[in-house]
Design a protein around this ligand. Structure first.
Ligand code: F6R
Length: 586
């Protein structure tokens, strides 16, 4: 996770430039932040715990600065653990994204050599290591030699008080360089840079870049010079304003009718072409993390039910351990809102090494996933800012529904179904429906545990509903297949335990009602999300029968319920504790 931003050039307000850059990268981590600028032959540092939103910096005028917004991996959320980290002489400042897997051994070695540490982070070893190498060699080779000793997937940006250069290295986490005349910018992604310049260079793994009077690109492995291929990007970086909503999560939930409608009207050609790619492949795999994984699982059900084709699904972080059978003919369809999730990118790199074909379904043009894939489809959900994914989830489901129908040559059916569903989502977001859901949130807000169950295509819905509720309201919520409850978890149900039951008008209905009765017989409180009322429901949310697109419609009340639970419990639904929008560490 973590956002990195750096600037070196002719403008002498580096701190301000870096601060503004970090604000745009805050979705990558928001527990603390820090900036270092070069002032004469000294480095000045400003670090703070907390969100960067309206923070100010008092750092003086400078032509060179680096900064970081943190999501803690090693060491608690304290000012000392915030980046940039400094060496013993306070001449080198370093910001880092990733995990130094061998930091314990390196730290022991450096302590023996007399270095003293100020933080509990793995990052600090890198800056002391550079200090050590600097005793016998120059800045650039010290950074390179130090980086070569790190294990894990890392990106670093380093400033040195006596040099007018910024040096960056990477393996894994993304870094983008922007150039405008003699000004250089470096950031974790293009979003931080495109306000300044559209001339970008995406650093590859194993490359080191030196930014100063000019740019030099070097191989980290052997120090050989490389050519930097800048591209001028033509896409406009979208922004998203909160408007009249209280939170971005609320706003993004409300955008879903439009997102689903737009996909129904515009995605045909891309989807038809992807359906041909799937038909040519021998073995197709959907991979994703968190909410994106739930969309993958939904895809497997849709493909089975609609196209009568089996598609494998795996949690992206587990795919490395399942990939032995991949061949040149395998197709991996990676789903990722951000396109930066390391758990998704890492197995894709390995699969690429085996010659497998990669297709990306991502929301972010120019993201690492977008550039890595052989073919990319943009979700078209628009900027998603809230950490909890809502509209990107329904966008993925809409595309997968179209894809499953396209496999049968029946894409028109999907389009019609999605357009009707867009109206049903609108109804679910109307005032009477919201009032009902808010009332249920008031009933559930003091619960310690909530269970969510569904069968068939509603099983991924149950998982996603549970994830949404727990991540924004901090109520422990567990999603299960309806049939699994009595294999263990039912033991936890007692008087008053709430259980959300997804019971759509399909072949799962009867069995779901039986499960609800089993829970109720043990004192559970049933919230039924269904096409029809049942006497077993204590509370009822109606979702009209949307055919296969029920998978989209029925998540909407769960998203709203999660949002209201967060608000009622005084949690920030947009920036839940311990999380970040883009997960760039393993
Ligand atoms: C939950 C949520 C996360 C993400 C996951 C993958 O609401 O947003 O579970 O779905 O971190 O992120 P992307 O889709 O960016 O790869």
């Amino acid at each position: 996770m973590c956002g990195i931003f750096g600037y070196v050039g002719k403008q002498n307000n580096a701190a301000q430039i870096v601060l503004e850059g970090l604000r745009l990268l805050e979705y990558r981590g928001y527990d603390s932040w820090g900036i270092a600028v070069k002032s004469g032959k000294k480095l000045m540092v400003n670090k703070q715990v907390g969100k960067i939103e309206s923070a100010k910096t008092t750092l003086s005028a400078s032509f060179l600065g680096i900064g970081h917004t943190r999501w803690a991996t090693h060491g608690g959320v304290t000012e000392n653990n915030a980046h940039p980290h400094l060496d013993c002489k306070q001449e080198i400042a370093l910001v880092h994204n990733g995990i130094v897997e061998n930091f314990v051994a390196l730290k022991e070695e450096l302590i023996i050599r007399g270095h003293s540490f100020n933080s509990e982070t793995d990052t600090e070893v890198i800056v002391h290591l550079i200090e050590e190498y600097l005793k016998k060699e120059g800045f650039a080779s010290s950074v390179r030699d130090s980086f070569n000793r790190l294990k894990g997937l890392n990106a670093i940006v380093v400033a040195y008080a006596v040099s007018r250069q910024i040096i960056a290295c990477k393996t894994g986490s993304s870094l983008v360089v922007g150039q405008k005349n003699s000004d250089f910018y470096i950031a974790s992604d293009a979003l931080g840079i495109t306000d300044h310049t559209k001339k970008l260079f995406f650093l590859k793994d194993g490359e080191m870049v030196i930014l100063g009077e000019k740019l030099q690109l070097i191989s980290i492995a052997n120090g050989k010079k490389l050519k930097a291929n800048f591209e001028t990007i033509h896409w406009k970086q979208e922004d998203s304003k909160i408007g009249n909503f209280n939170h971005f999560m609320e706003k993004e939930i409300y955008e879903q009718p439009r997102v689903v409608r737009t996909i129904a009207r515009t995605a045909d050609q891309d989807i038809i072409s992807l359906s041909r790619t799937i038909k040519r492949a021998r073995g197709t795999f959907f991979i994703g993390a968190g909410t994106a994984f739930h969309a993958c699982l939904a895809g497997t059900y849709l493909f089975s039910g609609i196209a009568k084709i089996h598609v494998n699904t795996a949690v992206a972080s587990e795919f490395n351990y399942l990939e032995d059978f991949l061949t040149k003919e395998s197709l991996i369809i990676a789903l990722s809102q951000s396109g930066e999730t390391i758990d998704v990118l890492e197995p894709l790199n390995r699969a690429k090494g085996k010659g497998s074909r990669i297709v990306a379904l991502t929301n972010v043009l120019g993201s690492s996933l977008y550039r890595l894939a052989d073919h990319s489809l943009i979700l078209g959900a628009g900027v998603e800012k809230a950490v909890a994914s809502t509209k990107a989830y329904t966008a993925k489901l809409a595309l997968l529904l179209m894809l499953a129908h396209a496999m049968n040559g029946e894409i028109k059916k999907a389009k019609k179904n999605l357009l009707e569903t867009s109206k049903e989502i609108q109804r679910l977001l109307s005032a009477p429906s919201r009032k009902n859901i808010r009332k249920i949130a008031l009933v559930l807000k003091s619960s310690e545990h909530i269970y969510t169950i569904g069968r068939g295509v509603s099983y991924p819905t149950a998982l996603e509903a549970a994830l949404k509720i727990k991540e924004v309201s901090y109520i422990h919520t567990e999603g299960l297949a309806g049939g699994e409850l009595k294999h263990g978890t039912l033991a936890l149900v007692e008087k008053g335990t709430p259980c959300i039951v997804f019971a759509p008008n399909d072949d799962t209905y009867e069995a779901m009602i039986s499960n609800a009765i089993e829970i109720k017989s043990r004192g559970g409180v049933i919230i039924g999300i269904s096409t029809k009322k049942s006497s077993v429901f204590d509370y009822f949310i109606e979702v009209r029968d949307m055919g296969w697109a029920r998978i989209i419609a029925q998540i909407i009340p769960a998203q709203l319920l999660a949002y209201y639970l967060a608000v009622e419990r005084g949690c920030d639904p947009d920036k839940p504790r311990n999380l970040a929008k883009s997960v760039t560490v393993k």
